[in-house]
Design a binder for this molecule. Sequence first.
Ligand SMILES: C[S@@+](CC[C@H](N)C(=O)[O-])C[C@H]1O[C@@H](n2cnc3c(N)ncnc32)[C@H](O)[C@@H]1O
Length: 299
Amino acid sequence: MSDLMPCELKSRNRNINWALAWARAYLDFRGIKGSSLDARVLLAHCLGADTVALYRESERQLSSREIGAFFKLVRRRGKNEPVAYLTGRKEFMGLVFEVNRDVLIPRPETELMVEKALHLYSRYWPDESVILADVGTGCGNIAVSLAKGRPFSKIYAVDISPCALEIAERNAGVHGFGEKIVFARGDLLAPLDGLGLEGKISLITANLPYIKSAEINSLMPDVSLYEPREALDGGPDGLDLYRRLIPQSLRFLTRPGFLLMEIGPEQGREIASYLAISGWKFECFSDLAGRDRLVVACP
Ligand SMILES: C[S@@+](CC[C@H](N)C(=O)[O-])C[C@H]1O[C@@H](n2cnc3c(N)ncnc32)[C@H](O)[C@@H]1O
C-alpha cells in the first residue's frame, strides 16, 4: 500500500476516476482478481450510489471522508476479505440479502436449486399450497427466494448456527416473509420433531456443507480465511451431513415429495450410489459450467 500511495495522494484532482484507478492498481498489486469490478462496487457502496452512477459522475470530486472510507475497504479487500462482507450485502435470485461473517455468501450456482424447487412445485402441486423445509438456511436466501416465488403454506428454515438464524430472520422480515417462514435452530431436521410434520413436507432444500475437511485450508483465501467453517466442512469426504439427512427426510416427505441437495462437482457419483442403495429415485443436474451441482431425490 505505502509503496503505491504517496504520489497518488498528491493528486489534486481526487475524483471518482482517480480513486478507481488507485484502487485497481492497489488490488492488482495485491494479486486480487477482478480488481476493476471490486473497486467499483466498493466505491459505490461508500458513496451510497450504484455502480452505473460512477460512470456518469466520473469527474465528481470526493471528500476526504469518502476517500478515507473507500481506502479502508480497499485495504481490507487487498487482504482477501470478500466484497460481500465489506458491503454487508449480496444479491441472489434478484433479491438483496444481508450477509456477514456468520453466514456463507450465497453463490450464483445455488440459484439452480431454487429454480428446480419452483419447477417441481408448479409441476406437482400447481393448485395447492405445500410445506417446505430449508435445511442449513444460512442467511435465508433459498427460503426467502422460494417464499417469493410460490405460495407455500409454511416454510421451515433450520440452521445449527444461532447467528446465521438471526440474519436469516432479518432477511425474511425485510422481504416481507417474517410470518411465512418459521426459523428453528438445531441439527438437520431434528428441530422439526414433535411439530406434527411427519409425511407433510413436500420439498426439502439443503445446501449443507459439502467440502472435504482436508481441502478447506487449500481453498482460495477469500473462502478459507473468511467464510464460517461450519458452513463449509462436510467431513472426510464432504458427504457426512447428506448421509444423515437422506434417511431423516424419509419420515417428513409427502409422496411424491422431493429432497434437493447441492453437491460438489466430484460428488455426483458417490451420492448417486448412496441413494440407489437406499432405494431412492434421483436425478443429477449440472450448473452453467457443466459440473454436477444438484441432486433431486424422491423416495
Ligand atoms: C453451505 S452453507 C449454505 C447457506 C445457504 N443455504 C446458501 O445456500 O447460501 C451451509 C449452512 O448449513 C449450516 N449447517 C451446518 N451444519 C448443520 C447441521 N448439522 N444442521 C443444520 N444446519 C447446519 C451452516 O451453519 C450453514 O449456514
